[in-house]
Structure formats: structure tokens, C-alpha cells
Design a protein around this ligand. Sequence first.
Ligand code: SF4
Ligand code: SF4
Length: 174
Amino acid sequence: MSDIQTHLRRYLETESLLNIFFSTFDYCGPECIQAAITANDNKPVAGCCRAEYHKLFDLEHPAFELLRLEREKLFGKPQDHAWSNPVSPCEYHNPENGCVLTTHKSPVCIAFLCRKGIYRLREHYQIFTYDYLGMYYAMEWILTGDLSDHQYREFKDSILDMTQRIRNVSTCKQ
Ligand code: SF4
Ligand code: SF4
């Protein structure tokens, strides 16, 4: 396996951990998107997918190119998606269900969490380590191979730790 393939595998593994973290947190859908749909006469909304973020901040780097190629094999090219009622400029945004990219998102799409989401982590779960830009750059550096093995392991452990904290608080409240 080439270095670039190894970096992409690490990136996808970390994306998977962050997907579990966000689904355990379960904030965006019930607390934000649902309220926005209600306020919009029950019509679909774009949420925070208000640009073509799948390419906007990507680097010109072979690992980003490999990520894009694998994504397009799995989910099609952006121009393959034509929604009859688009609500977002991002082609991958399904108006009914949100992002079609269950994996292989760009770093900014994986890492983004708005200020109110970050406050919720702080207030409800005493998690002070979710820093959007820090997460974004860590994902970028995993993909380009600029995060050391040691930093990579620490980063993964920190995601697992945050996820477990949310679980612990949720269990205590039951
Ligand atoms: S990140 Fe913030 S704005 Fe975006 S969907 Fe989640 S709660 Fe809403
Ligand atoms: S790729 Fe997905 S997460 Fe990123 S902007 Fe488009 S719909 Fe949103």
C-alpha cells in the first residue's frame, strides 16, 4: 500500500470515529435542522451546507485527489446529482435527507460544528476539547500525512474519549 493510500485509510478510519461521535451527540438533527424545517413551513433547509464545501477548501494534493476519486466511485460526481427541489448549492445535498456522502467527506464537512453545538458540548458534557479548526486541520494533516503516528493515535483517543463522555452523561440521566 502506498503512503497516500495508508493516509487515506487513516483518514477514513478517523472519519468513521467522528461519525460515531456526532451520532452519539445527536445534536444537529433534532436541535437545529428540525427546528429550521418547522420554521420554514416544513420545507427542506440547507442547514450549514451553504456552499460546495466538498471542494471549496481542498488542497491540491495527491491524497485529496485520491479521496475525491474514491468518493466519486461510491457516490457519483457532483454533476451526477440533479435534485428537483435543491435547497443548497452543494450538489451532494439531498433536500430530503441531507448529505449523500456517508463517508469520504472533505475535512471541513467532517469537522464543522457551529458555535452553539460547541457550547452544548461544553455545557452538557463538560467537553472543552472540540475545536472546529483544530479538528479540521488534524483531518487535513492525517490525509496529507503530516500528523505523526503518535499525534494520530492521540487524536483518535481524544475522539473516543469525547464519545464515551457523552455516553456516560446520557446513561446517568436515564
Ligand atoms: S453544525 Fe450547527 S448550524 Fe450546522 S446543522 Fe449542526 S447545529 Fe445546525
Ligand atoms: S458535501 Fe455534504 S456535508 Fe459537505 S457541504 Fe455538501 S452536503 Fe454538506
